[in-house]
Design a protein around this ligand. Structure first.
Ligand code: C5P
Length: 318
């Protein structure tokens, strides 16, 4: 998992999907209180860290990050990986060596798949190892929460969790009895989480949905060892159990057409993950999901132009 080689320490950072997302209130700190079922999926970034000698760091004030891979982007100083390292640095003694991170990006960014948050959680772990800092689980989760709402889920060892509050309250749901297959479709236009929550806040009315009840029902089902078919059977309810859907549509109206096209083509409900825009369908096996990916990749649909399509596993307990 964390080999120490010539190029430093490295680890993988998985994506997540939200199987449900209920907005249950507004908190005093301005954030929204959520109830959501998060699940790690088999789509990964890879993060490597090296300690820099003082003469290797052209800018002595900061750690470094380079990003490569199919979903590479130009990182800024504000990147979650660098923010995570900075948060941990503040807990250590002065004079900790500068770090150079290399991120191989396969999870589409700003997509609702939690890639940036997962990279940040991986950066916390790797920086702690690179600096030989002992951080217990409670300390790690507190740091994670400071970096971003979804970071505690990734910093925890949980595979499927009921996530509450801003994202800091985590309850393990275990894993499904057998792996599920997912098809994820991320359109070319991306969404900022902040913009989607802002669009939700502009509408004063409380979301009228069953998302909270569906979240509780799904949580019960998974916690009692549901088989994939039982989870797939719930997909029509899960589809309408993301309270951020109307807000995401206000920011990116084209998402409705994409969902319509996907559902027509595959005759499956498509759920939205997090604040979007990634849409995904759930299958009872990885083979079925792979067949669906092949259909979409061969499709001339205009709404799929520039979209990133993946088949991914939602793993069972080992
Ligand atoms: O915590 P994070 O930086 O990921 O959140 C991005 C933005 O999304 C926040 O600035 C906030 O506007 C919004 N947000 C929210 N309620 C949450 C999570 C995020 O309002 N539970």
């Amino acid at each position: 998992m964390m080999p120490r080689g010539r190029s430093g320490l490295s680890t993988v950072a998985p994506a997540k999907v939200n199987l449900t997302l209920a907005v249950v209130g507004r908190r005093d700190d301005g954030y929204h209180a959520l109830e959501s079922v998060f699940a790690r999926i088999g789509l990964y970034d890879e993060l490597t860290v090296e300690r820099l000698a003082p003469w290797e760091s052209p800018d002595l004030d900061r750690d470094e990050l380079t990003v490569d891979g199919p979903c590479a982007y130009q990182p800024t100083r504000d990147d979650l990986v660098l923010r995570a390292a900075a948060a941990l640095r503040r807990q250590g003694s002065p004079g900790l060596p500068r770090l150079r991170f290399t991120l191989t990006k396969r999870i589409p960014a700003a997509a609702g798949l939690g890639g940036g948050s997962s990279d940040a959680a991986a950066a916390l772990l790797l920086a702690a190892l690179a600096w030989d800092l002992e951080v217990d689980q409670t300390g790690l989760l507190a740091l994670a929460e400071r970096v971003g709402s979804d970071v505690p889920f990734f910093a925890s060892a949980l595979r499927v969790a009921l996530v509450r509050g801003r994202g800091e309250s985590l309850a393990s749901l275990g894993s499904p009895a057998a792996p599920l297959g997912l098809v994820t479709v991320t359109p070319a236009d991306r969404l900022s989480t902040e913009d989607v929550f802002a669009a939700l806040a502009m509408r004063r009315e409380r979301p009228v949905s069953d998302a909270r009840a569906v979240t509780a029902r799904l949580a019960d089902l998974i916690a009692t060892g549901a088989d994939p078919a039982a989870i797939v059977a719930l997909a029509p309810l899960l589809r309408d159990a993301n309270d951020l859907w109307p807000a995401a549509l206000r920011v990116l109206p084209g998402l409705a057409g994409l969902r319509f096209d996907l559902e027509q083509t595959l005759a499956r409900p498509f759920l939205m993950s997090g604040s979007g825009p990634t849409l995904f369908a759930i299958y009872a096996s990885i083979a079925e999901a792979a067949a669906a990916v092949a259909i979409l990749r061969g499709s001339p649909m205009a709404s799929l132009e520039g979209a990133v399509i993946h088949g991914a596993e939602l793993p069972a307990a080992r």
